[in-house]
Design a protein around this ligand. Structure first.
Ligand SMILES: [Zn+2]
Ligand SMILES: [Zn+2]
Length: 182
């Protein structure tokens, strides 16, 4: 995953020209759709919107151009368990995923430099980028669910209880556990 982004709001035609590419109509529309969204849309979601303005565009074209625009630093891409998502906000920021509605929110990267510097001094590694993820319940979902009730015990769910869906962070956690065992 690419996390190093160029200047926020980089001028798209200039950035692409420098890379020997053109800002075609399709690319401009794709960029507009992602930049106008705060939802960190998937390629399929972008495709649905782009198709309204370019009815003959294919999902493959949208996907290929999304990856290219990300490679040129005009978008940020993030690989999640749910797939690839695209972010029109290329400024340094962190993300908060709501475990109830699964929406991904931008949150300010507080103390970003301090965290990277501490990791670097602890490990001796050169930190080039970072990705910090927060999980919880967003304002709307907190409001809808009422006050948090502490969970008692960790027993099996009672019979007839719905099988909880695996959430992205659980998939990621189990994947990480698998990797760490190798
Ligand atoms: Zn929510
Ligand atoms: Zn974001």
């Amino acid at each position: 995953m690419r996390m190093i982004t160029k200047k926020p709001g980089a001028h798209a035609p200039d950035a692409l020209r420098a890379a020997g590419k053109r800002l075609t109509r399709a690319r401009r529309i794709i960029l507009d759709v992602v930049r106008a969204s705060e939802a960190h849309p998937s390629a399929t979601a972008v495709y649905r919107d782009v198709r309204r303005r370019l009815p003959r565009v294919s999902l493959a074209t949208v996907y290929r151009n999304l990856r290219m625009l990300a490679a040129e630093g005009l978008l940020t891409e993030r690989a999640d368990a749910a797939g690839m998502r695209f972010d029109g906000n290329t400024a340094l920021h962190d993300h908060f995923t709501c475990v109830a509605c699964e929406r991904i929110y931008d949150v300010p990267a507080l103390g970003a430099r301090g965290v990277s510097a501490r990791v670097a001094s602890h490990t001796g590694f050169e930190v080039l980028s970072r990705r910090i993820e927060f999980y919880g319940r967003c304002g709307a979902c907190r409001h809808a669910a009422g006050p948090t009730t502490p969970r008692r015990g960790r027993g099996e769910p009672s019979e007839g209880a719905p099988i909880p869906r695996r959430k992205p962070w659980q998939v990621q956690a189990s994947r990480a556990a698998r990797v760490s065992r190798i």
